[in-house]
Design a protein around this ligand. Structure first.
Ligand code: MIG
Length: 726
């Protein structure tokens, strides 16, 4: 066991010789004696177990992508990347493994368990005052953090590094469906957006664009002359985002398969043969992404589609999802045939049923697969949670070698801590359930804690049938999430905006346009949250330390200036809201209808707020500003030289608006545009100054609300003489 000391407020404890998941973590630490939480090693199971006390009032935030509320207390969660399309409240794991949480107590602390196998967190479930961490192995590192909630997150995030930044068009609305099956369908989708005057920046291609589900192929029948097609859509300023699956189809003559076999690039079974699993294409091999040579090889394959003009991808099924393995299927069939002719009772019948039901993603399959981890033979089960991470890293490195200075769009399904620097995530196969809108709301802060700033859910729900009301309410929330994508499954009600009645379509248009109007603020807050290791979405207690803020489970802070309290219940036309301080409620409708009657001053405390179906409820914090622009139907045509600044300003407010070229990685070396707004209210008059290095900036219109709820419109000429270039 080694002891390390680190940056202030972080300690590292090493147990055994762990497999390093990310060297950046190693570099941050210098060896010296430090802090230790005693755990016990269960000799019988070789699990490492910690039993920690929780106090009555403690709240536990974190665990990234997982089920249930913001406060994780009261249930058991497992880190074990799982492809499970039913995100019901009894599920312990989803697609990601994010072993970081913070206990908000009188002396807040946080912990990150750097381990690639299964970890179970019983957060006050068996016993409400005990937090049990059960690491299925003894070979791992733990990082312990102290400080305030905000400091702990900052320390953890600075440890895992900067997060992935998409191209700015990735902040546009994106439309998806499993699947748009041919060119004509995709083209007609693109045209419908224009016909209906709806914004859209990207359309996704799901598995059917491929030739019989083979990665890096494009169907000749349905997507002939793909390169021209991609560029035709680009002329409309719409990007195509194809899916890539983890499994490589076994088919002789298919070059990816042939090369993989020849070079021994696939995961192995016990006998050293390529491991055979079945997914979409039928039988597949899994590239051994834990091997750096394999990553380089697979990463280069993305270049084929990039050569045809593709600028973004989504990586799927990389938990990895296994429908069945040859052995698993054999066992199940023999079990079933053994039952033939028997008189099955409740128990034996259920055994039979379970045998079939549990054939997918089975533990025994994961245990019979092996990696060559750059020379070290490793059983897949022990490093299961790294697979999706390394697949996505392969892609990200492939993009880098293709065009090092360019940003690409990348989202992935399975993930692990450390992956956030390579990609964003979507939260997988949710349902068109109101509960999943709420889950989306509650999950955003913990995803951000784990570094996944570019994230979002399938808006409207993937499985099941969305009503117009559900889609409207969902969009009223997800227009704030960096990844804004409407996606739905085969066989479900179609979910493109024009598939609903005209009233819904009209409301949706206004909601999506409001997203585009808010992009200056959203992008600025996203980038600052990344640079400063902060949360973009946060529970109220991130900023407010009153005891009630800790208890609020369905409101969020969004960046520096806003609070959200979305409506997430069917037929609801309002909801209760807790205000930790005096705020201004803005019931936003169409951007062009912005007017003073939409604003209402609300005192600190509890309120019941009416919210009509066409209203987006947004709360303006005092002394803060929001920057907007006139919406357009593409991100690239937004006019950011003419801005609107909105704020509740009792006495003074300031805001730093961040912007950059939105396409290159120049931001990494400080290429940016910054505009500093300062507003002071002196003797009932507003004084405004604007400092900027943005030479294109032309006009700014301020809408300011004072302490008595009165609204003031101030055009550029009142401050133009104060304008300085920095
Ligand atoms: O569940 O490629 O999460 O977004 O549409 C089947 C088909 C596999 C799972 C992804 C989903 C995608 C679907 N895939």
């Amino acid at each position: 066991m080694k002891f390390f000391q680190s940056v202030e407020g972080v300690q590292k404890i090493s147990f055994g010789e762990m497999i390093p998941t990310d060297t950046i973590l190693e570099e941050m630490f210098k060896e010296t004696e430090s802090f230790y939480i005693p755990g016990i090693i269960d000799k019988r199971t070789s699990h490492h177990i910690w039993k920690l006390n929780l106090n009555e009032g403690d709240v536990v935030y974190g665990l990234g992508q997982s089920i249930r509320g913001m406060n994780k207390r009261g249930f058991v969660y497992e880190s074990f990347c799982t492809d499970d399309p039913n995100h019901t409240p009894d599920k312990k794991s989803l697609y990601g493994a994010h072993n970081f949480f913070v206990v908000l107590s009188d002396n807040p602390w946080g912990i990150y368990i750097d381990f690639a196998g299964k970890v179970t967190f019983d957060v006050g479930f068996e016993h409400q005052d005990i937090l049990l961490i059960d690491v299925e192995g003894v070979d791992f590192d733990a990082y312990i953090f102290n400080g305030t909630y905000k400091e702990i997150i900052g320390r953890f995030r600075s440890l895992i590094g900067q997060s992935y930044v998409p191209p700015k068009w990735g902040f546009g609305y994106q439309q998806s469906r499993w699947s748009y099956v041919d060119k004509n369908e995709v083209l007609s989708i693109a045209e419908k957006f224009d016909e209906h005057d709806l914004p859209c920046d990207a359309i996704y291609l799901d598995i059917d664009y491929m030739e019989r589900f083979k990665d890096f192929t494009v169907s000749d029948d349905r997507f002939s002359d793909f390169k021209t097609f991609v560029s035709d859509l680009k002329l409309k300023d719409i990007k195509l985002i194809p899916i890539i699956d983890a499994g490589v189809k076994i088919e002789s003559g298919y070059d990816v398969y042939e090369e993989g076999v020849k070079n021994s690039y696939f995961c192995k079974d016990e006998n050293g043969k390529p491991f055979v699993a079945a997914v979409w294409p039928g039988k597949v091999h899994f590239p051994d992404f834990l091997n750096s040579r394999v990553r380089e090889w697979f990463g280069q394959k993305y270049h084929r589609l990039m050569d045809m003009g593709i600028e973004g991808f989504w990586n799927d099924m990389n938990e990895p999802a296994i429908f069945y393995s040859e052995q698993g299927l054999k066992d199940a069939i023999s079990f079933v045939s053994d039952q033939e002719g028997k008189n099955l009772d409740i128990y034996t019948f259920f055994d039979l049923k379970n045998k079939i039901m549990n054939i997918s993603n089975s533990e025994s399959d994961y245990k019979s697969m092996y990696h060559n981890y750059d020379g070290m033979k490793v059983n897949h089960y022990d490093v299961h949670n790294l697979y999706g991470y390394f697949m996505t890293r392969a892609a990200a490195e492939g993009f880098k070698s293709y065009a090092p200075e360019k940003r690409h769009l990348m989202i992935t399904r399975a993930s692990h801590i450390g992956m956030a620097k390579h990609s964003g995530i979507w939260t997988g196969d949710n349902h068109s359930w109101w509960e999943h809108l709420k889950l989306n709301i509650q999950m955003m802060p913990s995803l951000g804690m784990a570094g996944f700033l570019y994230s979002g859910a399938d808006t409207g729900g993937f499985g099941g049938e969305a009503s117009g009301e559900l889609l409207t309410r969902w969009l009223q929330f997800s227009i704030f999430t960096p990844l804004l994508r409407n996606h739905s499954a085969m066989g479900t009600r179609k979910q493109e905006p024009w598939m609903f009645e005209t009233e819904t379509l009209d409301r949706i248009r206004d909601v999506i346009k409001m997203r585009y109007a808010l992009v200056p603020y959203l992008y600025s807050e996203f980038m600052k949250a990344n640079f400063n290791h902060e949360l973009l979405f946060a529970p109220l207690s991130y900023e407010y330390d009153d005891s009630r803020s800790k208890r609020v489970e369905d409101q969020l802070l969004l960046g520096d200036s806003l609070m959200l309290a979305p409506v997430y219940e069917q037929n609801s036309r309002g909801r209760s809201v807790y205000l930790p301080e005096k705020m201004v409620l803005w019931k936003a409708t169409a951007y062009e209808h912005l007017n003073e009657n939409q604003f209402e001053l609300l005192e600190r405390g509890y309120h019941f707020v009416d919210v009509a179906l066409n209203e987006i409820p947004i709360y303006l914090k005092p002394g803060k500003l929001v920057v907007m622009t006139k919406p357009e139907n593409r991100i690239s045509t937004l006019d950011e030289s003419n801005l609107v600044v909105l704020g509740f300003v009792p006495d003074h407010a300031s805001y730093i608006l961040y912007n950059d070229d939105g396409l290159t990685k120049g931001y990494e070396s400080g290429d940016s545009l910054q505009t500093i707004f300062k507003v002071d209210r002196i003797n009932n008059k507003y004084h405004i100054s604007v400092d900027t290095n943005d030479l294109a900036l032309k006009t700014i219109t301020f809408y300011l609300i004072d302490d008595s709820g009165n609204w003031h419109v101030i055009k550029q000429n009142t401050f133009i003489n104060d304008r300085r270039y920095v």
